[in-house]
Ligand binder design. Structure first.
Ligand code: ADP
Length: 511
């Protein structure tokens, strides 16, 4: 490799610029021939190179120009390279600082490197290639530094989400400004807090269980209550993720995103209050209209002609439909509010499933569908409201039969959830998992996350044409399962079939 002698006769205009790209590298050397040869060497590099013949001149340039990397000689009259770099670090801490020199005072160089004043020390003579590579690395280092700064800024100033970096035991390592202001802690006060004190995690088995779940599944999401410095509680939506661990010997951090959902909860509450009130208020007049129509239709107040009978029958059917919806809404909102108590007793899931199967016997044989139950012999008792769990199963099976073509299959299964890591995470209790699978039309992927929302129906679905369907059934199943402390979800492949699964916590006596 050819070595650059860095000797050039012509003296250089010290601030001569070779325009290449947006990044700028400033070279400082009191020897014009060295600057000159650097200029020639770096002419085609994809950054702008500028030159200064003294430390003072370099400082003047830095006052007026945007410089990303500075490369200086050590021994210069008036002000040496290390003093220059110390000043640069104090005034322009982002500038990446390099020394390009023969061996100097080893001790002071080492000290400067250790203090972080110098990013690289390039010992002369070095190859052209080495020099170019190191400068490119320095520009990359600058860009990386800026990216990290931007990221840190984004996190600090994120105005919609609180961000916490925490240890698995709940100690807070870092958090952003929104977290501090929302919890009313100042400056470093937050770092003295622990997630256990800031959030009520009891409903999920406490912080340790939650942290164990994050370790197992890589993330966790849930709604819980937060408590600020003044003891005021507010509802939050929390997502906890494991951070990518670079090394195995250090304890990993968890990243926690928290959103204050007070406003959303208020709106949700107002909406369900309205629905509850409206459906309650509609029930009495609906019953009265229906009774009146029935009286006329039954000719108890005189004869009616065919046309009158036809229109009254139509009204009767619509009143019937409206009554079903009103009752469903009222039931749903009362379940949501918790104003209906669940009758939770030890119940035999197998019996419940058998009853549901019997209920659909004639319908499945009419449609030539096979309905099977597949129940794990080890599970029998769960503590649940038998009528409500029956409602959930009935609705899921009803949907499956509705959306499965003749000769298809519907299977109800119940088993103990197989937790692969059960031995490792003893504090997580196994649940009973019940599923209803079909070989029906399936649900397009884009709809799956919404089908448990109230009034949601798949636009192409048959159920939209079915006048007794309001898109409330799955919403009700969700409320019932959640009221039991379980989860419900759906897996589906369009054209192949769907599986609806829900969990129920195992009966205390069973565990
Ligand atoms: P509804 O109460 O009107 O029956 P649901 O809340 O039960 O409505 O279901 C919502 C939507 O989910 C339905 O419109 C239907 O498109 C879809 N769906 C539910 N179960 C199935 C299934 N087993 N197969 C295909 N689509 C389904």
């Amino acid at each position: 490799m050819m070595r650059e002698p860095w000797t050039l006769k012509n003296s250089l205009n010290s601030e001569e610029v070779i325009k290449m790209e947006t990044h700028t590298v400033l070279f400082v050397d009191d020897e014009p021939n060295i600057l000159n040869s650097l200029r020639r060497l770096l002419r085609k590099e994809p950054y702008e190179s500028i030159f200064a013949q003294s430390a003072q001149e370099a400082l003047n340039i830095l006052d007026t120009r945007d410089v990303q990397v500075i490369v200086t000689d050590l021994n210069m009259p008036e002000m040496d390279g290390l003093t220059l770099l110390t000043r640069v670090q104090q005034k322009y801490p982002d500038v990446i600082r390099l020394v390009l020199s023969g061996l100097g005072d080893q001790e002071s160089i080492l000290e400067a490197v250790n203090r972080g004043d110098i990013y690289r020390y390039i010992i002369k003579p070095c190859t052209d290639m080495d020099l170019k590579v190191i400068i490119k690395q320095s520009i990359e280092k600058y860009k990386e530094q800026m990216r990290l700064r931007l990221l840190a800024n984004l996190i600090e100033n994120a105005s919609y989400v609180m961000i916490f970096i925490i240890k698995p035991d709940g100690r807070i390592v870092e958090c952003n400004a929104l977290a501090r202001t929302t919890f009313r802690y100042e400056g470093d006060e937050m770092r003295l807090q622990n997630m256990r004190a800031l959030f009520r995690c009891e409903a999920y088995g406490g912080w340790d269980t939650l942290s164990t779940l994050v370790k197992r599944d890589s993330h966790w999401r849930g709604e819980l209550s937060a408590i600020d410095k003044n003891g005021v509680e507010f509802p939050v939506d929390m997502v906890v993720n494991r951070s990518e661990k670079q090394r195995t010997d250090i304890e990993e951090n968890l990243i926690c995103f928290v959103r204050d959902v007070t406003k959303e909860k208020e709106i949700e509450y107002m909406k369900s209050e309205f629905i509850s009130l409206a459906s309650h208020e509609m029930r009495t007049p609906l019953t009265s209209i229906k009774n009146s129509i029935d009286i006329i239709l039954n000719k108890k107040v005189g004869e009616i002609n065919n046309a009158q009978e036809k229109f009254l029958s139509m009204a009767d059917r619509n009143i019937e439909r409206l009554t079903i919806m009103t009752n469903m809404l009222l039931d749903l909102s009362q379940l949501e509010e918790g104003s209906i108590d669940l009758n939770r007793f030890e119940m035999n899931l197998k019996d419940c499933i058998d009853n549901v199967c019997k209920k659909f016997q004639s319908r499945v044989s009419e449609k030539s569908i096979t309905l099977e139950a597949n129940i794990d012999a080890n599970i029998c008792l769960v503590r649940a409201d038998e009528a409500r769990i029956g409602e959930v199963l009935t609705h899921l099976v009803d949907n499956s039969i509705k959306f499965t073509n003749p000769n298809g299959n519907v299977t109800i299964s119940a088993c103990q959830r197989k937790e692969e890591s059960r031995k490792t995470y003893k504090n997580i209790k196994d649940d009973i998992e019940v599923s209803v699978s079909d070989t029906g039309i399936g649900i397009p992927r884009k709809h799956i996350e919404y089908i448990f929302d109230k009034f949601y129906q798949v636009e192409s679905s048959l159920s939209r044409q079915d006048r007794s369907c309001w898109g409330l059934g799955l919403a009700k199943c969700k409320v019932i399962v959640h009221a039991h402390g379980g989860k419900i979800w759906c897996e589906s492949t369009e054209g192949k079939g769907s599986t609806f699964r829900f969990t129920l916590p195992q009966s205390e006596e069973e565990t």
